[in-house]
Design a protein around this ligand. Structure first.
Ligand SMILES: [Zn+2]
Length: 249
């Protein structure tokens, strides 16, 4: 059972193994892409600032619930990659990347906080673990992760990249399930609100994201479908999220 959501989830892969794998994949990603320095880039400085506030809020949230153990092994890192892609993701252990192409869609810090809260919620709610576990059963016959990594390193890495929405050589990305999306939205709103960002910004943000789709929808939109159901559920949950909100001054 998931400690955060109370939902039963397939979780065959040890979180500590996933965190280890995440650290390696994150390092590789950072060397292979153009990462902006927050000392010289305003965008990167913004991502760092909003990220730190969200990470703080999440730590506070877990402490208040007596569930500190869920963040075991988390060492937060926020990086900004110079790329037109509209995307952001969080790997197990709190390794986050924001693509500069996302920033014209978020437009303000509150919306950026909402995306970060959402992506981090996928990670702490162990949605990636759930997907990775399903993939290990379906495609690796339930092999243990360390065995799979030793015997089929490339395939295992591809499954990992797909499970966390990073994109992989396998091409097509899996969309998150409706339930995973709803959970990520709800916890994302709580985390943003606790960090002092107005959760109501989520509504115009997801509408802008939807409009950014056009003829060539970004990967992020194909894995996070934005539709009437999402907007309706966000509205339903808003009164609860607002209980956590104290504006920053
Ligand atoms: Zn999502």
């Amino acid at each position: 059972m998931n400690l955060l959501t109370g939902r039963k989830q397939l979780s065959l892969v040890k979180e500590s193994d996933l965190q280890l794998m995440a650290t390696t994949q994150y390092k590789t990603f950072l060397t292979e892409n153009k990462i902006l320095n927050s000392a010289t880039s305003r965008d990167a400085a913004t991502v760092d600032r909003v990220g730190a506030r969200i990470a703080n809020a999440i730590t506070k949230y877990y402490d208040s619930q007596g569930k500190e153990s869920m963040l075991e092994g988390y060492v937060w890192e926020f990086n900004t990659v110079d790329s037109k892609e509209i995307n952001a993701w969080c790997l197990p252990g709190g390794k986050v990347v924001v693509y500069t192409g996302l920033l014209p869609v978020t437009q303000n810090e509150a919306s950026l906080a909402i995306v970060l809260g959402h992506e981090i919620a996928h990670s702490v709610a162990k949605h990636g673990n759930e997907r990775m576990s399903q993939a290990m059963v379906q495609q690796m016959g339930g092999m243990a992760l360390e065995v799979a990594l030793a015997q089929k390193p490339k395939e295992t890495q591809d499954l990992f990249m797909m499970s966390y929405g990073i994109g992989s050589d396998l091409g097509a990305m899996l969309p998150w399930s409706r339930q995973q999306e709803t959970e990520a939205d709800q916890y994302g709103l709580i985390f943003s609100a606790m960090a002092g960002y107005d959760p109501r910004e989520a509504l115009p943000f997801w509408q802008r994201m939807s409009a950014a789709g056009g003829a060539n929808p970004p990967e992020f939109l194909s894995t996070h479908p934005s539709d009437a159901t999402r907007i309706r559920k966000l509205k339903q949950f808003m009164p609860e999220a607002l209980k956590y909100y104290t504006p920053r001054n």
